[in-house]
Design a protein around this ligand. Structure first.
Ligand code: TYM
Length: 326
């Protein structure tokens, strides 16, 4: 049986990459017979490891929670928490800090990338990011984590930390597996060699209005040659757009290739824009409904956090007992 945990940083607007790589799967897993428990977190402590505005931050955290609810995370099936409201996350992270070699963290690609983009943020928190992530997952004895492909190195470190803990203090944590979607790496619309990210104008936010979506897709870069075929190596831009089209429309890549055989990029993009607009419409409608009652959203979070604290305390007590801390 799967015990699921996953999270999103509230740093910027949640975009189609986050949705197709992770959140869409989050929602599907709620109805999977193999699912035993689910916790989805706004990982606000991870969000402060890169530049953020304290005046905006509280709102951004709530916006992320709204996004979770609007895509279909159901509080009757999943716990929806703010990481910083369950203090056991950082407590377990501290314990893991004492068994994690610094060299494991220094070689991680995500760390190197973030450091390159914000050199002033070369602090302990950025380096330690994956240890907190391992604590997020293992705190609930989770064994399955739906994430995009970029998180694979973090899941690997989580398993290394779990193994090391088990070998030092006795069998405690099970191996953790990542769950990937077929769209586990959605690329930027402007630079298809880079993944779609929360910063800049290279992605479509779940909250973008129809005209913004049409404009962004119209301006999306394409590859040389006019053929509309899926070939991620030689035609990364059009393959990325085809993948988005495929997942949101349910049409196979082969059918799409046939449909656009004698059509040009502009016809393809117009159709794709309407597919995206149509797909996001009910999500945006639900978001509006939820945002009209933020007290109810707050209540969902605090109720979930209470239950999460109970689960987390049980794991932490076991960990501490094994270490002679109780
Ligand atoms: P974050 O906030 O960067 O992204 C949230 C989720 O979206 C996925 N994702 C993508 N998938 C496909 N294509 C893309 N272009 C794309 N961009 C982002 C990410 O892989 C992720 O699944 N470290 C995590 C947050 C985290 C976490 C955790 C996740 C903290 N603790 C524990 C799982 C379990 C992160 O920064 O995600």
């Amino acid at each position: 049986m799967n015990r699921i945990f996953s999270g999103v940083r509230p740093s910027g607007k949640i975009h189609l990459g986050n949705y197709l790589g992770a959140l869409k799967k989050w929602v599907e897993l709620q109805d999977d017979k193999q699912t035993e428990s689910i916790i989805y977190a706004v990982v606000d402590y991870h969000g402060i490891t890169t530049p953020f505005d304290p005046k905006e931050y509280k709102m951004q955290i709530m916006e992320a929670a709204l996004d979770f609810l609007s895509v279909g995370v159901n509080p009757e099936k999943s716990l929806l928490i703010r990481q910083s409201h369950v203090p056991q996350h950082t407590e377990l992270a501290w314990i893991f800090n004492t068994i994690t070699p610094v060299s494991w963290l220094e070689r991680l690609p995500n760390y190197k990338e973030k450091l390159a983009s914000s050199p002033k943020y070369n602090h302990m928190g950025l380096l330690d990011y994956p240890v907190l992530m391992a604590a997020d997952i293992l705190l609930y004895k989770s064994n399955a984590v739906p994430v995009g492909e970029d998180q694979k190195p973090h899941i690997d470190i989580t398993n290394e930390i779990a193994k090391k803990f088990n070998s030092m203090f006795g069998e405690t944590f099970e191996p953790v597996k990542p769950i990937f979607t077929e769209a586990a790496r959605i690329m930027s619309l402007q630079e298809p060699s880079k993944k779609m990210s929360k910063t800049g104008d290279d992605g479509i936010a779940l909250t973008d209005d129809p005209d913004a979506i049409r404009e962004k897709i119209k301006r999306a870069v394409t590859d040389s040659g006019s053929e509309i075929i899926y070939d991620s190596k030689n035609k990364p831009a059009i393959s990325n757009l085809l993948m988005i089209y495929h997942v949101l429309s349910g049409k196979s890549l082969e059918d799409l290739t046939e449909q656009y055989q004698n059509k040009n990029y502009s016809q393809f993009k117009n159709d794709l824009a309407e597919i995206v607009v149509g797909y996001l419409e009910p999500i945006q409608k639900r978001r509006k409904e939820f945002s009209g009652d933020m007290d109810a959203v707050e209540k969902i979070l605090t109720n979930s956090e209470k239950k999460a604290i109970d689960m987390a305390s049980a794991t932490l007590a076991g960990v501490k007992a094994k270490m002679g801390l109780l």
